[in-house]
Design a protein around this ligand. Structure first.
Ligand SMILES: [Fe+2]
Length: 471
């Protein structure tokens, strides 16, 4: 009797111990009656909390890529002094003993979920064509050592990668695109983002997703970016203004029109003049600035990047004011390539070919408007190719325009652009790396470029309803 009672007691005791064990291991979903074991969603404030260890490390340029390199990073506010160390990279580990220290410019940023310090250093007087190693920290807590290479003194062939809007589900769905682009062009000289990197201008969690998607790549390959409408927030007075994140976290040139510092700027990389414009505001001031920059440009290739398209791929998304102000300047100076975003589809123009494209419907609108009455020929000096692209998962309808040579819907893309002397090769690739659109531009002395269409690997991707409507 005593034994039976003992066993019952033990069983009861073991049973008590066994029930929670079952709940935790055998019933991890919390489906056990009377228990709710669902794991709560982790919140951005926890995921993206800054610490004393540097994160969001990103290379950019404020000056000549042959002799300078800027780096910016984030820490928690207790880190009051940021330090960067720099040495010429070596094959062995002893380069670090020769490192020089640089003190950062630091500033606080209060966001919707935290307060952080952003630190920025510009390395100057670097040797062209040299691989450097650097790390960032506070003297106690350091990042790993990263490498970057300065541009060579003389122009050499190089590639860069261009992304349209990332904007939504950045961690979940955009990360695969930037990483596929890295697999495709690991030695790209820089990455160019044409606006709407995130969705909510002041959401630090979204910026955390954007930096997380690029990861260490951002610390090894310089980035250039222009702000889209989603990098604009409303001020207390209702005015649209640049996100408070932009300037602390990106170091770009400040030589644009006053008030547009680090959003409107130009850099030269080898034989390419890159012009970044802020299509959100003050378009007329930028038109004057752009004309002046291009009037003195010495680089054979010119690429302009901004967010809102000159030729929209979306119905009711036209930007006539921008086109009226900026396109005549692109025409006047024969800008080679214009890279844009905003429309969440893909669309790429060709050239208007006299005698072939005389149908007004096949020509971009402004080109038609510029043709004098009765003249059956477009200005032969035009030759700018306009591209709209998207890298994130948000997808819109594409209202097919006859002057677009290649279109896409429901397709995440990245673009690799390769420059080699007199030739520019453009490749748009899908999120899985398939060649979706390609062409080559060749310089022809005194004339517009020669445009050579190249074969894609996959058919045009358009929604069935649209395919029906364009037949
Ligand atoms: Fe946009």
């Amino acid at each position: 009797m005593v034994f039976i009672k003992y066993m019952r007691t033990k069983r009861w005791v073991y049973g008590l111990a066994f029930v929670p064990f079952c709940c935790s291991l055998l019933d991890p979903c919390g489906a056990h009656e009377g228990h709710d074991h669902a794991v709560p969603a982790i919140q951005p404030a926890e995921v993206y909390a800054p610490s004393v260890l540097p994160d969001r490390i990103i290379l950019t340029w404020v000056d000549d890529p042959r002799t300078t390199q800027a780096v910016t990073w984030r820490t928690s506010p207790e880190v009051r002094k940021g330090i960067a160390e720099l040495a010429v990279a070596e094959d062995g580990p002893y380069f670090s003993e020769k490192a020089q220290q640089f003190t950062a410019e630091s500033q606080a940023l209060m966001t919707d979920i935290n307060t952080a310090h952003f630190h920025s250093v510009t390395f100057r007087d670097l040797q062209p064509g040299t691989r450097y190693a650097y790390r960032v920290g506070d003297g106690t807590n350091w990042s790993e050592w990263f490498h970057f290479s300065t541009a060579t003194a003389q122009a050499e062939p190089f590639s860069f990668v261009y992304f349209g809007d990332a904007q939504n589900n950045i961690r979940s769905m955009w990360s695969r695109v930037i990483r596929e682009a890295y697999r495709d062009a690991p030695k790209a000289a820089f990455l160019l983002h044409a606006g709407d990197l995130i969705n909510k201008a002041e959401a630090d969690g979204e910026w955390g997703e954007w930096f997380g998607a690029g990861g260490w790549l951002n610390a090894m390959t310089p980035n250039l970016a222009v702000p889209g409408n989603h990098e604009q927030a409303r001020s207390l007075t209702g005015q649209r203004r640049l996100s408070h994140h932009w300037r602390p976290q990106f170091a770009f040139p400040e030589h644009g029109p006053p008030g547009l510092e680090e959003t409107c700027y130009t850099l030269t990389y080898h034989n390419l003049r890159i012009i970044a414009l802020n299509s959100n505001e003050r378009l007329d001031e930028q038109a004057v600035w752009l004309d002046e920059i291009l009037a003195t440009n010495q680089s054979p290739w010119v690429v302009c990047a901004f967010h809102h398209p000159v030729y929209s791929t979306g119905k009711d998304r036209d930007n006539p004011a921008l086109r009226k102000l900026w396109k005549p300047i692109f025409d006047k100076h024969r800008v080679d390539l214009v890279l844009q975003g905003h429309d969440h589809t893909y669309g790429r123009t060709g050239f208007a070919v006299p005698g072939v494209d005389d149908d007004p419907n096949s020509l971009p609108p402004q080109t038609v408007a510029n043709v004098p009455t009765g003249v059956q020929q477009v200005d032969p000096v035009y030759g700018t190719v306009y591209v709209v692209s998207v890298s994130g998962p948000k997808m819109y309808n594409n209202s097919r325009k006859p002057y677009m040579k290649r279109l896409a819907e429901d397709t995440q893309l990245y673009q690799v652009i390769h420059l080699d002397g007199e030739t520019l090769k453009f490749e748009a690739r899908t999120a899985t790396g398939m060649l979706y659109d390609a062409f080559r531009l060749e310089k022809v002395a005194g004339e517009r470029n020669r445009l050579i269409e190249l074969d894609a690997e996959v058919p045009e991707r358009l929604r069935p309803a649209l395919e029906e409507s364009v037949k």
